[in-house]
Design a protein around this ligand. Structure first.
Ligand code: ARG
Length: 557
């Protein structure tokens, strides 16, 4: 709503004077609600800033959203007509509830989102966790902006590594061990393959032959592969369940096996293929290294499957826009994918959302290599620690398991999303589980404080003295509440969930300092209802912000 007022002021001035570049900002310091810097126009018109002020004043003096105007230090300062604005903001939050901030920008548009995408027979890495958390938040944010989102888990379930897995299993594996501890055991076999390969180079060829046969639907190998996949999927699905994320499709790389010939044919027909040292490639010119499409033994590659996937998504979901939430190490891959589809004559938007590393004590965290625990164990530990903290704070609380889960997982998700996605994140359970500072538990706790006040005091919308809303303590926060739709739009535009994370932290801080200063449950009913409407609105927006990030809000903890 403030955005609308700012836009309206800007439009009035720009249209009246036939100028461009009027900036209406919210000053960080000083008492004014809005300010317009005047120097640029003083220069343009070769007059003093004071003169510009008077010219602007003549245009804006009858604007109903403005209460008062003054000139200070080259700025046109605006004091808004706070009462009506505040009332409008709070009433619309009260009416729209969790739909407050819903927008129509994306109406009629579909975006496909490719995220999480772990590799079968390997552990779910911390990079996959980041991709899952960021992708899930982006899905929620895009949906709030009106987009239709198709969420896809592009499982790494195809490729020569499955030839290796099968060879290793047939030589050294047994069913019982894999059943007991699927991913760990498969990973062991994979590592063993690489060790043995050093002394027995023939193994490499065996693995290629097996994968070739698998690509041709060999029965025995297909059976084994299916089993490996099922065992891995069970672990992955447990993890998704814990995190509360869902996908529309689990169409992994293997899904495109029967669509590969068509891709190669199309590239051939468009004269884009070259044979280089037996391998089939697409030359991408000076700026990018060539992309490998088929190996000399005819096996297809990660890239080939990504081209097939993109064509399939375009055809099936009627979209040109695919978001790939994948770490920095694949920047080149997605540049190549974009370049190839350009050469094929398509106008696809290969939108690579890349992100930084996860650090523990400043060092790269990896769930591989055996140095760290399995991700699921880390998450369960977070839940356990949350449980301990909660039972200390509130031993009689019901539903402690559900609450501990929401707090533990919320802590991990918030820790990931509070920073700009390109920066590396620090993974420290003790820090992220704190009830103060920039944490998930802090946000959940702030919302719970409001919930408990609202449980004890019923809000009566017909008995409110809205005059309080013009007071600074209230109005600062109400202005912020009015910004929520704009923050959501910015977060979508920049694929930046951290904007929402930072925004709700500020809001919660605002509430907590208000609560430290002001009594909510005052004698005067009209004042009390004003307070209740005010805090209810804060709760609604914090909870909706948390939901967008993929974090559960609570009413008790
Ligand atoms: N499975 C891949 C990996 O773990 C990520 C896949 C990303 N999506 C894609 N369409 N390439 O590195």
């Amino acid at each position: 709503m403030i955005e609308a007022i700012k836009q309206n002021i800007k439009n009035q001035l720009e249209q009246h004077f036939q100028i461009e570049g009027v900036v209406v900002e919210e000053p960080k310091k000083g008492p004014a609600d809005l300010a317009i810097p005047l120097f640029a126009f003083a220069k343009l018109w070769k007059v003093s800033p004071m003169e510009v002020y008077h010219r602007f004043l003549a245009v804006l003096k009858n604007d109903k959203s403005i209460d008062n105007i003054e000139f200070t230090n080259g700025f046109f300062n605006i004091y808004l007509n706070r009462g009506p604005l505040a009332k409008k903001i709070l009433e619309s939050i009260h009416e729209q509830k969790d739909h407050y901030g819903d927008q129509t920008l994306g109406d009629g548009l579909t975006v496909a989102m490719d995220y999480s995408s772990p590799n079968i027979a390997k552990s779910f890495g911390v990079g996959h966790l980041r991709s899952t958390v960021i992708g899930n938040a982006l899905k929620n944010i895009y949906k709030k902006m009106g987009y239709q989102v198709v969420s896809i888990n592009h499982l790494g379930d195809w490729g020569t590594q499955f030839g290796k897995m099968i060879v290793a299993y047939q030589k050294w594996g047994n069913e019982e061990d894999v059943k007991k501890n699927p991913i760990a055991e498969m990973q062991k076999l994979y590592v063993r393959f690489h060790d043995e390969e050093k002394v027995n180079p023939d193994l490499e060829q065996d693995a290629r032959d097996v994968f070739r046969a698998l690509e041709q639907n060999d029965e025995t190998y297909t059976k084994l592969w299916t089993w490996f996949k099922e065992e891995s999927m069970r672990e992955f699905l447990d993890l998704y369940d814990l995190l509360g994320v869902e996908f529309d499709y689990y169409t992994g790389e293997s899904f495109y096996n029967d669509k590969m010939v068509a891709v190669v044919d199309e590239l051939e027909a468009k004269s884009l293929l070259k044979v280089d040292d037996g391998a089939t490639i697409v030359d991408l010119g000076e700026d990018l290294p060539p992309a490998l499409i088929k190996r000399s033994d005819g096996a297809t590659l990660y890239m080939t499957r990504d081209i097939a996937a993109l064509l399939y998504r375009h055809k099936t979901y009627h979209t040109n826009h695919v978001l790939y939430v994948v770490g920095n190490e694949q920047i080149l891959h997605f540049k190549q994918l974009q370049a190839i589809t350009n050469l094929m004559g398509y106008h696809f938007n290969v939108d690579h959302i890349n992100f930084g590393l996860v650090l523990i004590d400043g060092k790269k965290m990896s769930t591989r290599g055996g140095k760290f625990k399995r991700l699921e164990e880390v998450i369960i530990e977070a839940i356990k620690e949350a449980q301990e903290a909660i039972s200390l704070k509130n031993p009689n609380l019901k539903d402690q398991d559900m609450i501990a889960k929401a707090v533990g997982i919320g802590a991990i998700i918030f820790n990931d999303l509070k920073n700009e996605k390109h920066s590396d994140i620090d993974f420290n359970l003790a820090n992220m589980l704190k009830f103060e500072g920039q944490t998930g538990p802090y946000l959940q706790y702030s919302s719970v404080r409001i919930a408990s006040i609202l449980r004890e005091n019923a809000l009566d919308m017909n008995n409110i003295n809205t005059e309080y809303f013009s007071e600074d303590d209230y109005f600062e926060i109400i202005k912020q509440l009015g910004q929520f739709p704009y923050i959501v739009a910015k977060a979508q535009e920049n694929n930046a969930p951290n904007l929402i994370a930072r925004y709700i932290i500020l809001l919660a801080q605002g509430f907590n300092s208000f609560y430290g200063k002001q009594r909510i449950n005052v004698e005067d009913t009209l004042h009390k209802n004003a307070n209740l409407l005010f805090i209810e609105s804060i709760q609604t927006v914090i909870n909706e912000g948390l939901r967008l990030l993929g974090i559960k809000s609570l009413s008790e903890m």
